[in-house]
Design a protein around this ligand. Structure first.
Ligand code: AHG
Ligand code: MN
Ligand code: MN
Length: 335
């Protein structure tokens, strides 16, 4: 009989047999998964748990916070602050970094998260998620921890993932040797390995972009989508399908599952902003997952994981997914 592999066993074997992760990182990932389980319970309760609706406050991005944005942020902080594995945390919902309080031991890792991705979908019962990225505190920066320690390129991540709260709750993880998916068995209360070696097909006939912004796009993006829309009769010679969930986790999950291309490009609405999505806790972790599954991610000009961040909440233009399509869009930018 083949026994089910729990996330705990998967991580223990990653540490003991494959020597891929140190024990502190294993603990960190277990704790993040536990926090996601608890967020998943809150999400499932919905109106019965009084978790829907606005919190009546704003975050540093100028966005109105939903109750669940704040609940998820608190769950992640409370779960992670006492274990001794972290030095500090950073979140979409907090302006500055959260340093582990003095009463707890300080570890060497830094955790970044988008506690609740897809906030506009909470109240309408559509898939949402939590995105996370793990870095190591640079030794060169000395004792203590500062915002500067978080400003590392995505290629320095030591773990990244997301948990999607949809028809199933699924945790998707990379520690740099491929992508694995774990489905939450809510009766047992544990994440069970349901897919390993996730691969994104190199070609696709499915794109994801918010079409309502079409008139604001730059020429290369406009050209790419125009050609997709022209279908069989156009230069691509094939018909395309479109999806847009408005939760990056859900769009990326679909792409990891069946391929596709996702674009949230720069547009003319706010020309001074490079894009809408955040580099450190949205684009970098999703980008690493996509690359680890054989896909690609770019801002049109540069591999996103090579961008040196300047600020904690920096934004970036994002094009990710099936390799050949991402390369095509990159080519249009170069031209
Ligand atoms: P968040 O809920 O964390 O602010 O992120 C929402 C993001 C992303 O998940 C999604 O792809 C995008 O915003 C949707 O934006 P539009 O509403 O502009 O389509
Ligand atoms: Mn988000
Ligand atoms: Mn969010």
């Amino acid at each position: 009989m083949t026994s089910k592999i729990s996330l705990t066993r998967y991580l223990v074997e990653k540490q003991r047999i494959h020597d891929r992760i140190p024990s502190d990182l294993r603990l960190l990932l277990e704790v993040v998964a536990r926090a996601c389980k608890s967020i998943s319970h809150a999400v499932t309760k919905g109106a019965l748990g009084d978790v829907l609706g606005s919190a009546g406050t704003g975050n540093v991005q100028g966005e109105i916070q939903k109750k669940l944005d704040i609940i998820a942020n608190e769950v992640l902080i409370e779960a992670n602050e006492w274990g001794g594995h972290l030095a500090a945390m950073a979140s979409e919902e907090m302006e500055g970094i959260y340093v582990v309080p003095n009463r707890y031991p300080q570890g060497e890792y830094l955790l970044l998260f988008d506690p609740l991705d897809g906030s506009s979908n909470i109240d309408v019962n559509v898939s949402i998620g939590t995105i996370f990225s793990v870095l190591k505190k640079p030794e060169a920066n000395g004792a203590g921890v500062s915002e500067q320690d978080f400003l590392q390129a995505g290629n320095r991540q030591v773990a990244a993932g997301y948990c999607i709260y949809g028809p199933q709750t699924t945790l998707v993880l990379t520690v740099g040797d491929g992508v694995a998916m774990f489905t939450l068995d809510s009766e047992q209360g544990s994440f069970v390995l349901t897919q390993e070696d996730v691969r994104i097909p190199e070609d696709t006939r499915e794109f994801a972009i918010n079409m309502s912004n079409m008139r604001h796009w730059a020429a290369p993006v406009r050209r790419y989508i125009d050609e997709c829309l022209a279908g069989k009769e156009g230069p691509r010679g094939k018909d395309f399908n479109m999806r847009w969930v408005a939760s990056m986790v859900a769009d990326v999950h679909r792409i990891l599952t069946r391929g596709g291309i996702f674009l949230y490009p720069w547009d003319k609405r706010e020309p001074d902003k490079p894009g809408k999505l955040r580099l450190l806790y949205e684009a970098n972790p999703m980008g690493w997952l996509v690359e680890q599954a054989g896909g690609a991610i770019t801002n049109g000009k540069q591999r996103i994981l090579d961008i040196q961040p300047g600020t904690l909440h920096e934004r970036v233009s994002v094009i990710l997914g099936s390799r050949n399509e991402v390369e095509r869009v990159t080519g249009y930018h170069a031209g």
